[in-house]
Structure formats: C-alpha cells, structure tokens
Design a protein around this ligand. Structure first.
Ligand code: NG1
Ligand code: ZN
Length: 548
C-alpha cells in the first residue's frame, strides 16, 4: 500500500477519534487500562496496530478485546491477542505504547515508521476479531477499534459481548481449525460438550452434589453461563446470581477479585452454609470458589486450590492411562500461598516453577512442560498440553487395556474442556466440577487438602511506583536502596512470615503481600511492610496505618 493511503489514518483520527489528553499511557500486564473517557484514541490506534500485526503474521487473525476485567465500571481497556490465542508478543508492547501516545499530527508518520520497522507487507490481507465486555462504554470503543482496522484496509469481525477467553478461543480456531469452530457456539459445543460427555462417564458419588451457586460479578461471564445452563440437562444445577440486572454494578462488592482480595463473600445474594459458590470476574477469565461455614465464616478456595485439584487429578489419570514419560508441572507466582507450594512439592511431588505476575509469564513457563498447569492465586489460569502429550493420550485411548482406555478417554474429555489459550472462568468451572464429582468431594473436603497460611494484600500509593525494582520472580526488591533489608527485618519477627512488594502493572499503586501463622500477624506484617514502602519509596497521600 503506498504511503499516501495512510492519509485516512489521520483523517479518521482527526474527525472521529482525536487524542484529547496528554496523559501518558502504557501497555501493561493486561494491555491498556484506565478511565474509559481517556481511551477512544488509544483503541482506534490499536485497531491500526492489530492490522499491522496481522500482516506481519502473514494475514493470520489477531484479536482485540475491549475490557477492564475486574476494574470498576468507569474504567475500560484494550488488549491484543496473538494468532495462537495468546497475549500479544512482549516485544510489541513498546510499539503499542509508542503508537498510543503520539499526537494526532504525528500519527501518520509514526504508523509508517512502525510498518517499516516490523517489515509489514501492507499488500497482504489482514483480519481482526473484536470483542467487548458489558461496560456501557464498550460499544463506542469497539466502534473505534473497527475504524482503526478499516483505516488500514483490514477486515474487522465483531463478536459483540463475549468473555475475554471466548475471544481468545475464536482467534485460535480461526488460525488453526483443528482446535475448533471460531464462533461462540463452537466454543460451547466443544467445552460444554466435553463436560456433558465426561459427566456421563462419571457417577455422582461421595459428598459431591450437583448444585453450584455462581456470582457472575454483574459481568459477561454470568450471562454466558445463563445461556449454557439451558443445555446442561441436569448434570450441573447452576444457581446464577449477579448477572447485571436489578441495579447490580459490575465488580462492585462482588466478583472474583473482590472475594479474593477482601476475603469476603460476594454481596447481592446469600448462599446456604456449606454450599459452594463460584465467583467469576467481570470479563470471565478468573474464577475462585468459596463457601460459608456453619458460623458464617467465609472459606476461600482460590487459584492455588484449583491448580492443585486439577494437577493431582491429571497426574492420576496420566499414570492410570499408561501414557508414561510425560512431565507435568505447575506454575505459580509469588502470590501463591506458601502452604499450597509446600503441598504441591512435598505431598503431590509435582515440580513447581515460580514466575513474575502476569499471565503471559505463567503461560510461557507452562509450555515448557508436557502438561503445564498454571494459576495465579487470584484465579486466573488454565492447563496447556504439548502435542506429544495429546498424541500419547490418544494412543493410550486407542491401544491401552480396558482400564487404561477409560482413564485416557477421561483425559481426552478434560483436554477438550480446557481453553488452552488463556485462563477461562467457564472452562475452569467445568474442570473443577468434574474433578470434585470424580473424587466425590464437597467444598469442605476440598479445603481440607491443605491449610492456607493467613495472608493479606495491601496497596500503597507512592509518587512514582517505578522506583521499585524487583528480582527473583518479584520475591526480592532491588530498589529503592534499603527496602529489602527492612522487609527482611520485619519478616524475621514472624513465624512462617513472608512478604514482598512490587509495582502494579494495572493500577498506579505498589502492592504489598504478607503471610504469617495467624491472620492478625499477617495483617500486621502487611501494614508494617506498607509503612516501609511509604517511607523508603516516596509515599504519597495518607500513610498506611497499623491495625489496632
Ligand atoms: P497487577 O496490577 O500488575 O498486580 C493484576 C493481578 C495480576 C493479573 C493482572 C491482569 C494480582 C496481585 N495482580 O496485576 O495477577 O491478573 O491484574 O488482570 O492479582
Ligand atoms: Zn479478567
């Protein structure tokens, strides 16, 4: 395409999506995320970048998801999805940031420069799938995305309101039709179909019962489960709440992030004691479980629990199927509860890798195993299977003895039920329900597998969060000077104490994590570390206070 046709890039920008703010914006852990009112020009420009990316990938489809996940309603965001359905390659984050921040006047030349830098053949076709969450600002932003794609003569395809993982799945299928059909219906057919298949092979035993309460965070995930529920034929009795009606606000006092961070049950409904509740986040890519005990205390079953549950069941099936020689490993971040890591390594004897926060890091590390189970403690995760693993399981299903075949067939259903592209609350929910059913567990049995160390997360506001640097998968802090030795001194005072700090990639804060032998101790340690951050890393606003 001759450079003169880039005029339309400027024309669309000026007429429809002008840059009206000078606030610098960065492509972070989860793409761009900020107040929706500051995003229209950014999303338009990501439409341009998606087309360039598609051409660099020989015309394969790229995804664009409009969402701010677990953030509150006024925020929004955009992230790009690569051809395999994974997050955008890290080296392109800098290009995204550059393109998002130039002035409208420099947009045309910067676009041209990026095209040259990445050596995109602008004569090729380009295809971009666009999805959005339920925020009222999303349709407008999706329209800006479409204009960006059109400005560079790409072909946009709009999916309307979908969960983030459904869009990742569709992108993957469009580029690799052996993975499935690139439509929302195709996703239901494969994932929910596999769940129904497996449930016919498993009988409901032990303490398991088929009732599951769901907190939909007033977002898109609950809405999709409402569609799925109708076709479940009683294999699972979903009781859906927080679906966005009745004045319920997205992620407000509900949803996976609220439940995990505040350690409180979702508001908007009450589940009977001992009844398990699955809590999704606003765009349906995170899942945590909880229940209330007889004294109304909440018991949380987070991403670490889901990871251990899935990893131990898959390990057992692999052994029973005779598909030997496959390496199964688990990937966590520093936020994983210390008790879970101990349980995995010492009891389950499964190798664990610890990586930096952010799904792209976990996903990447998981790919180095034949079967890689990865979860952030906040409930974002999935399982990835290598081609060798899939081949071995298929062979076991074809050639094993009767018992081996049975296990291999269960594994094949589990693989089909898994959205391997990204953490997916809906797929993970069906996986968890499968394992609980197969093992005859209720929520209490699941919780009894190990005892979490009490923990606390806090946020500290500082003038510039980038003064904090970390190493060793964020478990140590290398700047500012003196902060790590201060944290070490504080941690030393506590039994089973552990704490670390890191700048958030999605909010303008420093995050503090602490765990210790009692809740009181964990709260106190977190507050002391927060004070150390405030004092040594340029605290702004109110000084964190120690608990009474
Ligand atoms: P930041 O804000 O960088 O901590 C949060 C989560 C990540 C990840 C991203 C993307 C925690 C402590 N952090 O990142 O794990 O999920 O959001 O949504 O939960
Ligand atoms: Zn999310």
């Amino acid at each position: 395409m001759p450079p003169s046709s880039l005029r339309v890039v400027y024309a669309f920008a000026r007429e429809m999506h002008p840059k009206t703010t000078d606030v610098f914006i960065q492509y972070g852990t989860a793409g761009f995320r900020t107040k929706a009112s500051l995003l229209e020009h950014v999303v338009y420009r990501m439409g341009l970048l998606a087309v360039i990316r598609s051409r660099v990938k020989n015309g394969r489809t790229i995804g664009m998801m409009i969402t701010a996940s677990h953030n509150l309603e006024p925020d929004n965001g955009v992230k790009l999805i690569d051809p395999h359905g994974e997050m955008l390659e890290q080296s392109w984050e800098e290009l995204a940031t550059r393109l998002a921040n130039v002035s409208d006047n420099d947009l045309e030349s910067t676009t041209e420069q990026i095209i040259k830098e990445v050596n995109a053949d602008m004569g090729l076709k380009a295809s971009v799938f666009i999805g959005m969450d339920t925020r009222y600002t999303s349709p407008r932003l999706a329209a800006a995305a479409v204009h960006g794609v059109m400005a560079l003569k790409g072909t946009p395809k709009e999916f309307g309101i979908v969960t983030t993982p459904i869009l990742h799945y569709c992108v993957r299928c469009r580029n690799d039709n052996s993975y499935g059909k690139p439509t929302e219906e195709g996703y239901y057919e494969k994932i929910v179909g596999a769940f129904k298949n497996i449930r016919q092979k498993l009988s409901v035993t032990g303490n398991y019962n088929t009732i599951l309460y769901v907190d939909g965070a007033n977002g898109v995930g609950g809405k999709k489960l409402n569609i799925i529920k109708k076709g479940l034929d009683g294999e699972l009795d979903l009781v859906l709440h927080n679906l966005g009606g009745n004045g319920g606000k997205l992620n407000l006092n509900c949803g996976a992030d609220y439940v995990k961070v505040s350690q409180k049950p979702a508001t908007g409904f009450e589940a009977p004691p001992l009844q398990r509740v699955a809590s999704l986040d606003g765009d349906g890519d995170r899942l945590v479980y909880y229940y209330l005990d007889q004294n109304e205390n909440m018991k949380l079953l987070d991403g670490d629990r889901i990871a251990t549950l899935l990893a131990s069941y898959i390990t057992e099936l692999l052994a029973a199927s005779g598909a030997l020689g496959l390496r199964l490993g688990l990937v966590q971040t520093a936020y994983a509860n210390g008790a879970s890591t101990k349980y995995i390594t010492q009891k389950l004897k499964i190798p664990v890798t610890c990586v930096k926060t952010g799904v792209k890091h976990l996903h990447h590390a998981a790919l180095s195993y034949d079967v890689g189970v990865y979860f952030e403690a906040n409930g974002h995760g999935t399982v990835v299977y290598s081609d060798a693993a899939k081949r071995a399981v298929r062979e076991a299903a074809d050639t094993g003895d009767v018992e081996q075949r049975k296990s291999a067939e269960l594994l094949l259903d589990l693989i089909d039920m898994t959205n391997e592209t990204v953490g997916d609350a809906i797929s993970d929910l069906f996986l968890v329900e499968t394992v609980l059913c197969a093992r005859g567990l209720d929520a209490r049995d699941w919780l009894a597998q190990y005892t979490d160390l009490p923990c606390r997360q806090l946020k500290v506001t500082v003038q510039d969060r980038n003064v904090i640097s970390t190493a060793d998968a964020e478990r140590k802090c290398t700047a500012p000077e003196g902060l790590q030795s201060r944290i070490d001194e504080l941690v030393d005072k506590y039994t089973d104490g552990r704490a670390f700090v890191r700048p958030s990639g999605t909010e303008d804060v420093v995050r503090v994590y602490a765990e210790a032998d009692t809740q009181q101790a964990a709260d106190k340690l977190a507050a002391e570390v927060a004070q150390a951050v405030f004092d040594l890393a340029g605290g702004a606003g109110e000084r964190p206070v120690l608990p009474e």
